[in-house]
Design a protein around this ligand. Sequence first.
Ligand code: ZN
Length: 420
Amino acid sequence: MGRFGPDSDRTAAAVHEKRLWSRLMELATHGAMPDGGVTRLALSEADIDARRLIARWAESLQAEVLADDAGNCFIRYAGRDPELPPVMAGSHIDTVPGGGKFDGAYGVVAALEVIEAMQQAGVRPKRSVEAVIWTNEEGARFSPGQMGAAAFAGTRSVDEILCVKDRDGVRVRDVLPRMLAALPKARMRSLGVPITAFFEAHIEQGPELEAHATQIGVVTGIQGRRSFIVTVLGEAAHGGTARQSERKDALLGAVRIIGALEASVLENESDARLTIGTFSLEPNAPLVVPGCVRFSVDLRHPENATMKRLGDLVPAICARHRGACAVEVVENANAPCAYFGEPMMQFIEAAVDRLQLSRRRIFSLAGHDSREIVKIAPTGMIFVPCKRGLSHSALEEAEPHDLAAGARVLAEVVIAACDA
Ligand SMILES: [Zn+2]
């Protein structure tokens, strides 16, 4: 996996806690909300401004900026042999509406910190190091997420993702050129270039590390997910005159379906997670029987076999409980669980031990870009604690020294992998 030594140790030692923290706080001004949270939807003005800021940081580090057709951005610090596939580290900088300052942003800023620490320590490894910003991890604006990473890994085609629309009908294709225009010095590169390894540092988004007073989580894998868009088509009618027995009420159909999904999916499956995160009805008027309802179904389970079985239930349940309405079910994401493997986990654990930090293994219930990248390269994830496990919230909080500890582990593994 890699070789630890004086170069990786010196880089880790040069990680600067205050610099890391102040960059995170500066990044959080883009999309800042009055309550302390951040709304920086993928390819929004705030996302574009944040990337512009990161490109400025890259310039001050004399690092090259690259981009690809999925809008992924790479800050490249060339190694002694620039022909070798680079070692990448990074995450995403888009947020959910009302998200926090650390989810994703930490992994990108930590990767930049590794590059700066390398320079300060006078380390130039054999392979190049690239800090990466994956486009649209959250999928809050353009669903589903992990879009840039999936395109990079070849799971989704560029043609398909460019056509994805947000709620206002704006396509990825319409806004991506604006983002690229904001980075005039970025060199375009083809998607999915070979990489040696990928590392993602991230806040845990769960309570385990804090509860066990542990500094580093070594991630074993990432829970899979299947998601669906369900459309229930009824018939709009006058709320006062249409006979109850003859109505095709799309809302009542949707309510029956959701109740049945809850009963069937969650029955005897305490590890399953079911979320109806979006819901709309038409015409949405007080005196009109709803003619059309559309909602999302997000389904997760830590085991692939159960995940498959539960997901396969969704279309059948929708059909069985639709009543007089028609129903259409479209599956828009099917990402099996990812496992990072024993050699990668032991490699990260060796770095943690080298730095004399505490550690435990954690299976990630939240999705990450790494779930895509592990399909094409050795991939590892490093978790740091966050307060009360809160994330996707303005209350998301992390301690500067915990973030710096995670960045030091990242520095060790990145530099060690560069000299593999
Ligand atoms: Zn994230």
